[in-house]
Design a protein around this ligand. Sequence first.
Ligand SMILES: [Zn+2]
Length: 215
Amino acid sequence: MRTTNKIINAEETSESIRSKLKLCGTRTYAGYWNWCRSPCCDRCRRHRARVMADAVSEWALGQNSFTLRKLRILVPHCSGPDSLLEAINQIRITLRRAFDRRQCEHERWGSICCLGCFSPSFDGASWSATFHGVLDLGRVHEVTFLDAIEPLAEIRLQSFPAALIRNDVYTHMHFAFARTSGLSMCDRIHLSAYAASLAARGGFKPLLFRRGIQS
Ligand SMILES: [Zn+2]
């Protein structure tokens, strides 16, 4: 609960974020559990990581392992968490539009599936983020995909070793959602600013990119 406690203890953290994080994991009067569902909450982030990893590794079993890739997207450096989340949003919009446009031209682009999560990093001076996700190229050739998408964002594709596909996808997806190592340079002030930016944009939603995979 390292990230969570730092945010709770920061004077800069707003009362509404603090009480949400503090209530997470406690029981309501009606006997339900409180879940804050914030990516800043270690408990909720790990829970989300397990759920996503389970769903996507299960889904991957039904796919052709030769078309599955690890997808990495690098987000350029930004001055603060707000501008970083805006940059992430721009990349999500750009990719969605590119996929939509190509899908109108060639229906095979409709066979592309992707799910993953942007994880932010702070290096002591500026903010950046890396997207880790699973991509199914479907009926699109890898070269065609790269030709179309590489000019729009800094992306890397990597194959999964075919033999262990389920475990590999599980590990990769869990890592994508659970990791906070990029935030280790953050002090309380940085973390509470990050928490405020995320809370204002609706929690996990601004960090996800999803296409064609339901979970
Ligand atoms: Zn929580």
